[in-house]
Design a protein around this ligand. Sequence first.
Ligand code: C2E
Ligand code: MG
Ligand code: MG
Ligand code: MG
Length: 284
Amino acid sequence: RAKEIGRNNLQVFTEEMAARAHEKLQWQEELREAIAREELLLHFQPQMSLESGRIFAAEALLRWKHPVRGIISPATFIPLAEETGLIVPIGDWVLRAACRQLKAWQEAGLPPLIVSANVSARQFREGNWAERVAAILEETGLEARYLELELTESLIMQDVSGAIATMHELEAIGVHLAIDDFGTGYSSLSALKRFPVRRLKIDRSFVADIPSDGDDIAITSAIISLAQKLGLRVIAEGVETQAQVEFLQKAGCDEIQGYFFSRPLPAHEFESLLRQAGCDADGI
Ligand code: C2E
Ligand code: MG
Ligand code: MG
Ligand code: MG
């Protein structure tokens, strides 16, 4: 009897595993086709200078408009894209779409703005990454200084010297770099000194409980003063409340990004925001 239950359980277990594997394959197939079917799109979230109160940049955030499942968040499909290597063509698509959109806004006469795009480890480690970036800039006609690439600490720490070499190649092209989700990835401070980056992005997990959590206040203040001492700019992610803005302003944070100011927006809505609020990338 016990044996029978065991066998039945095993059967349920393997059926479930098979179902899950099948589902994953199906996702993979759909994601592979998403580019050609034009189901990928970018939303743009403004980054604002606390000094001038103006928008200076837009972070491009990927969305997948699935014909049946609706809009799917990158947190759901980026891991699958990384696992399967699909992140490489998807990442190229993101970069091209972000540069093209910014170029279109420039040609429409909007004031200078920077666009920042997220880069995944697999993409970054792909040989000739800097050349690919240069080719996309060339193809879209966007000047390199208007592009910023967001690298996570964990991406860099996987291979510090390799990452630094690629970062220097990107710097030579004229592209700017930021470290995303800063504070979550155990990068050593001595390595940080060697990174040719312009900006640290304080992870939103540290910002969320400001001003009530004393530890988060301490960590955020420390990151801000570290950035200042290293001559880097610093932006806080995930800023949602007035109290957070006030704290960050007092602590000397340069910039903010978050729902307090605006959610990520479809391109046409972002454009309306720019027309209303203006923007200024030259001050930074
Ligand atoms: P991230 O680069 O750290 O982007 C910030 C995330 O925080 C975005 O989530 C944004 O919508 C969200 N966010 C912004 N302000 C607030 C706020 O005030 N409160 C809260 N709770 N959340 C806020 P999203 O768009 O879902 O993206 C999640 C992550 O997916 C990104 O984190 C990034 O790591 C990754 N990702 C997005 N687009 C791309 C892409 O094109 N390529 C790659 N490789 N990764 C991407
Ligand atoms: Mg980012
Ligand atoms: Mg981030
Ligand atoms: Mg984050």
